[in-house]
Design a protein around this ligand. Structure first.
Ligand SMILES: [Zn+2]
Ligand SMILES: [Zn+2]
Length: 257
């Protein structure tokens, strides 16, 4: 038997996939890289496709579902998503299971809570996964912080959150104005500051680790994202309450649970 952990197989517009393993059950959040690449990266974490009990999709964008059809049909793995996500994802030949946009369901010894996020997609969600008193929350691709998101991610031991862009780099960068507006808008992506604010708002004594996801290659750097989140969780930004010291960064893990 292995020890429970989470690992980031891939993150960003090149493809997203997070591996979650409890002592009994293993799931992937998103399958946004090719089937072969997913198998290769799983093996780096001592995991085979056969170990995966389910794939949970967050939304229908290609960087989140690219490998789902092949991976799930070849390995006979059920794929879960909201009605809107499943309808717009190419999933022929897979065992697709519809979930509520706001609801809780079980897979093996995991209790999985889906919660709605704001993003330019049909019915996008984030996930909070609990087992044996431990809880991990993950959300990338969210345009803004809602009470629902904050509530769903509170009291987690590990928070995985999008820190997509640095505001100055985005605004001074080469993207066309409409694209800058879309990214920074309420249905686009979270800035580093937004990620920091979320972390400080959802933090409790339980929070041990923060993992930053979906950093833009063009409009962010790992150092800027970490600094911004650090300013918020330490209260140095002047707006956020200081919270207990946590380890945080953008590494791939594995992060022990
Ligand atoms: Zn998206
Ligand atoms: Zn994405």
């Amino acid at each position: 038997m292995h020890r429970p952990f989470v690992a980031v197989l891939s993150s960003g517009s090149c493809g997203n996939s997070i591996l979650f393993r409890s002592n009994e059950t293993s799931v992937l959040i998103d399958a946004g890289i090719s089937c072969r690449e997913m198998e290769r990266r799983l093996s780096a974490f001592g995991t085979e496709a056969q170990d995966i009990d389910a794939v949970l999709l967050t939304h229908e964008h290609t960087d989140h579902n690219r490998g789902a059809k092949r991976f799930c049909s070849v390995h006979d793995i059920p794929v879960f998503g909201t009605e809107g996500t499943l309808a717009l994802s190419p999933l022929e030949g897979t065992d697709a299971k519809t979930i509520e946009r706001h609801g809780t369901f079980g897979i093996g010894n995991l209790s999985i809570h889906a919660f709605p996020v704001m993003h330019l997609a049909a019915e996008p969600v984030g996930y909070s996964i609990s087992f044996n008193g431990r809880r991990v929350s993950a959300a990338s691709d969210l345009g803004s912080l809602t009470e629902e998101v904050l509530k769903a991610m509170r009291d987690s031991d590990l928070v995985m959150i999008e820190a997509n862009y640095d505001e100055t780099l985005l605004m001074n960068g080469s993207y066309p104005v409409f694209l800058k507006r879309t990214i920074a808008g309420n249905h686009g992506h979270l800035s580093n500051e937004d990620a920091g604010r979320l972390c400080s708002e959802v933090a409790s004594e339980r929070l041990k680790q923060i993992v930053l996801l979906h950093l833009s290659k063009d409009n962010n750097t790992m150092d800027l994202a970490k600094e911004a989140v650090e300013r918020c969780v330490t209260g140095d930004c002047g707006a956020c309450p200081s919270v207990s010291p946590t380890e945080h960064g953008c590494q791939n893990g594995p992060f022990a649970l």
